[in-house]
Design a binder for this molecule. Structure first.
Ligand SMILES: [Zn+2]
Length: 179
C-alpha cells in the first residue's frame, strides 16, 4: 500500500469505532493508535455512558495502552513516541495536550473541530503553542473527512429522540452537501 492508502485504511478502522459510538448513542468519534503497522488500541467516545466529559476516544485508548504491560513495559517520558493516532475528528484541546505530554509521534484526523479543536481550529496545542519541555507533533486533517462529518450530522439529527417529551424535529433534514 502507498502512504495515502495506508492512512485511509487506518482511518476506516477509526470510522468503524465512530459507528460503534453512534449505535451506543454517543457523539460519534472513534480512533485507533498504530505502532509498527499494527493497531495497538482502538476506542470511541464514552462520555454519556460513563457520565464523564473527559472520556473521549483518545483518552480511552491511551488508558488501555498505558495500563497494558506488554504495550508499555516501562515508565518512560514519552510512551507514545513510536505511535501514530488516527482519529475521525480533530483532537480537542484536552486530548491534544495529553497527546503532546505523552510524546505522540503524529496525528491524522478526519474533519476539523471548530468548537473544541486543539490542533489548530481553536488552539494549536500540537505545535503552534510553545512548550518548554514537550516536543511539538504534526496533526494532519482531511482523511475520510466527509464520512466523519456525515456521521456527526447523523448523530445530531437524531439526538434527544429518547427524551421524555420528544420535540418535533420536522425541520430537521440531513444535509449532504459539504463545503
Ligand atoms: Zn478530546
Amino acid at each position: 500500500m502507498n502512504t495515502m492508502d495506508t492512512h485511509l485504511y487506518w482511518m476506516q478502522e477509526a470510522m468503524t469505532m465512530a459507528e460503534e459510538a453512534l449505535v451506543a448513542g454517543e457523539v460519534p468519534v472513534g480512533c485507533v493508535f498504530v505502532r509498527d503497522e499494527k493497531v495497538i488500541a482502538k476506542a470511541r467516545n464514552r462520555t454519556n455512558q460513563l457520565r464523564n466529559a473527559t472520556r473521549h476516544a483518545e483518552l480511552e485508548a491511551i488508558d488501555e495502552i498505558l495500563s497494558d504491560k506488554t504495550l508499555t513495559p516501562q515508565v518512560v517520558k514519552y510512551p507514545l513516541s513510536t505511535t501514530t493516532l488516527y482519529v475521525t475528528v480533530e483532537p480537542c484541546i484536552m486530548c491534544a495536550s495529553a497527546l503532546r505530554q505523552l510524546g505522540i509521534r503524529e496525528v491524522f484526523y478526519g474533519c476539523g473541530n471548530e468548537r473544541f479543536g486543539g490542533c489548530g481550529s481553536v488552539l494549536g496545542v500540537n505545535s503552534d503553542l510553545e512548550h518548554p519541555a514537550h516536543p511539538a507533533y504534526n496533526a494532519i486533517g482531511g482523511y475520510c473527512r466527509e464520512d466523519a462529518i456525515m456521521i456527526l450530522r447523523r448523530f445530531y439529527l437524531t439526538e434527544n429522540t429518547n427524551a421524555p417529551v420528544p420535540k418535533l424535529k420536522t425541520n430537521r433534514v440531513l444535509k449532504t452537501e459539504i463545503s
